[in-house]
Write a protein that binds this ligand. Structure first.
Ligand code: AMP
Ligand code: TRP
Length: 328
């Protein structure tokens, strides 16, 4: 399969991101033809400071390479290095009803926030057309995304359908979402009713690149439920269930097995084992990130090679789309 996904250059990553998204990327690259790009054009809609955006893009590329994205297997590139994204977006914009864009949940939420800052920029509205262009340009069949992006993907399918209908024979596959089943929702260490998220403070999540010391402290402080024995009971012991889920996902075993393994242990012994497991699994990432951060030219070379490959594929689709529409 041909697979495409965009990565927001949004700063520090936590183990929820890893289990919910990044790990899936690194698994997909072994089986499929993958195009992964840093969505810097999309990031512009948030009006970042230029230096911040530049730094974040490089930092995010490093983070993804550190957790195992392999440029030998997948194509990793910067969206803005491939002008065809913006050009196809324009072509597709002429096939997209404004009403569809105004109905998007993300647009409504972001426009509400932006209103307070007094600039609801048009990029916020046309964001999903650019996303459709990102996907259709590579004629991707599948797109790994989180739940919040499903509505955008559905719009991309409709745009593909409309193009195929008006300019036959069909050029674009209608892309399907690839969603992770297990581990799709890792919860906060401080409150098992909330999703693990950067926005709730550093003590509520474990960063992918946290030091062993920090992991130790955070797991020690993680809330558990009343009682003393370890069992998987999401309704009555949601905090423990979250920690057991983490254990099982990182140990790559069934939840049942993890619960069984600790059924005769107290919380302290379980937390100790979870801590050791996390340190063991995350340390290689941290070490690789340190190495990568020391060679910016290597990162640039990876992105340049990725862009070359993306350019070749995208040019072909763009040329065909233009011809079908009567441009040249
Ligand atoms: P975000 O930065 O929130 O857009 O998340 C980036 C990716 O990580 C998306 O694919 C999300 O679905 C995934 N993700 C974020 N938070 C979690 C979480 N607590 N548990 C599982 N996956 C998550
Ligand atoms: N909008 C996506 C997000 O916020 C990022 C993205 C941009 C994307 N273009 C894409 C994801 C194309 C999948 C395919 O996460």
């Amino acid at each position: 399969m041909r697979i495409v996904s965009g990565i927001q250059p949004s700063g520090e990553l936590h183990i929820g991101n890893y289990l919910g998204a990044l790990r899936q990327f690194t698994a997909l690259q072994d089986e499929h033809e993958c195009f992964f790009f840093l969505a810097d054009l999309h990031a512009l809609t948030e009006l970042p400071a230029p230096e911040t955006l530049r730094d974040r893009v490089v930092a995010t590329a490093i983070d993804y390479l550190a957790v195992g994205l392999d440029p030998q297997k997948a194509t990793l590139f910067l969206q803005s290095d491939v002008p065809a994204h913006a050009e196809l977006m324009w072509l597709l914009a002429t096939l997209t009803p404004v009403g569809d864009l105004e109905r998007m949940t993300q647009y409504k939420e972001k426009a509400r926030d932006a209103k307070k800052r007094r600039l609801v920029n048009a990029g916020l509205l046309t964001y999903p057309i650019l996303m459709a262009a990102d996907i259709l340009l590579y004629r991707a069949e599948a797109v790994p995304v989180g739940e919040d992006q499903l509505q955008h993907l559905e719009l991309a399918r409709r745009i593909a359908h409309r193009f195929n209908d008006r300019f036959p024979p069909p050029l674009f596959p209608e892309p399907n979402a690839l969603m992770q089943k297990k581990g799709a929702r890792i919860m906060s260490l401080a409150d098992p009713r909330k999703k693990m998220s950067k926005s709730h403070g550093p003590e509520t999540y474990i960063g992918i690149f946290d030091s062993p010391d920090s992991i130790r402290k955070k797991i020690q402080k993680a809330v558990t439920d009343s009682g003393t024995t370890v069992s998987y009971d999401p309704r009555r012991k949601p905090a423990l269930a979250n920690l057991l889920t983490l254990y099982a996902l990182f140990a790559e075993e069934e939840l049942r097995e993890s619960a069984q393994r600790f059924s005769h242990s107290g919380y302290a012994i379980f937390k100790q084992a979870l801590t050791e497991l996390l340190i063991q699994k995350l340390s290689p990432f941290r070490e690789r990130r340190q190495t990568l951060a020391q060679s910016p030219p290597h990162i640039r070379a990876v992105l340049e090679r990725g862009a070359e490959r993306a350019l070749a594929v995208s040019q072909e689709t763009l040329r065909e789309a233009r011809t079908r529409m009567g441009i040249a």
